[in-house]
Design a protein around this ligand. Structure first.
Ligand code: IPE
Length: 256
């Protein structure tokens, strides 16, 4: 089984403070992945950029591309921050005995108007095939329409879900898919074709329209993939271990 796991930026960094890694969470997640690896499960690790990129990207307006040499400098700086975080993740995995190799989207992805048009994943796939753990992440990339744009780790997960992964795991800072995101929400443990409409109604009834809109389209994208997807809280790696092993715990399982 090849699992693509996304370590969310809010789990591996303090999202409110520039370039602040959450070393405890990173080490715990690396340990969890290593244990599963020793049990025969293979991984591609995708991580978010958290406060390494969201804060400066917002400050420089990088989501809408760059226009001049100053913009190129901002782009290079944010990319270098993403590389720094990736090195921390890779080193945590290596320390736990995993042959982790980092791949930076700025060097293998091209987008057009914020949508990937080229993902040169040949080497990632080769390394995975040879028993390495490819690591990649949200990043700034070239864009044919607006010079540069941002690719999220979630987009890369969807790509692996369509290509070589047999399961997707999102380690976020929530317990799974909740009916409401205001703290009063109930966990939806399973999403299948049979309860899909009910789930969309329940999530659609949530108060926060922004997040709901995002979540609804995310669910549709996940259900379009042919493989199982797990949404779990990355602050509790034990839950992720149980979810991947198919044991009951607190998480949401999508079965298309
Ligand atoms: C964001 O990546 C990348 C940049 C802002 C350059 P993600 O969207 O995957 O990161 P998180 O998980 O939200 O932090």
């Amino acid at each position: 089984m090849l699992v693509a796991i996304k370590l969310g930026g809010s789990v591996i960094t303090d999202k409110s403070r520039l370039k602040t890694p959450n070393i405890e969470n990173i080490n715990n997640l690396a340990k969890c992945i290593a244990e599963l690896w020793r049990g025969g499960i293979r991984f591609i690790v995708v991580h978010g950029a958290g406060s390494y990129a969201h804060i400066p990207s917002k400050k420089y307006g990088l989501a809408d591309g760059i226009k001049n040499d100053e913009g190129k400098l901002h782009f290079a700086e944010v990319h270098s921050f993403c590389e720094e975080l990736s090195t921390i993740i890779v080193n945590a995995l290596i320390k736990n005995g995993l042959p982790a190799i980092s791949f930076h989207p700025a060097t293998f992805v091209i987008q057009k108007n914020k949508t990937p048009v080229e993902i040169n994943d040949m080497l990632i796939n080769k390394y995975a095939e040879k028993g390495f753990v490819p690591v990649t992440h949200g990043d700034v990339v070239l864009d044919e329409e607006i010079n540069t744009s941002i690719i999220s780790g979630d987009k890369l997960m969807e790509h692996f879900g369509r290509t070589i992964a047999s399961k997707l795991v999102f380690a976020t800072d929530v317990d799974g898919l909740l009916t409401r995101i205001d703290g009063s929400g109930k966990l939806i443990r399973r999403v299948t074709k049979d309860n899909f409409d009910d789930v969309m109604n329940a999530v659609g009834g949530s108060q926060n329209t922004d997040v709901t809109g995002g979540m609804a389209s995310k669910i549709c994208n996940l259900m379009d993939l042919k493989i199982e997807t797990i949404l779990a809280n990355g602050n509790y790696p034990e839950r992720i271990k149980n979810a991947i092993k198919g044991k009951e715990d607190i998480y949401t399982l999508f079965t298309p």
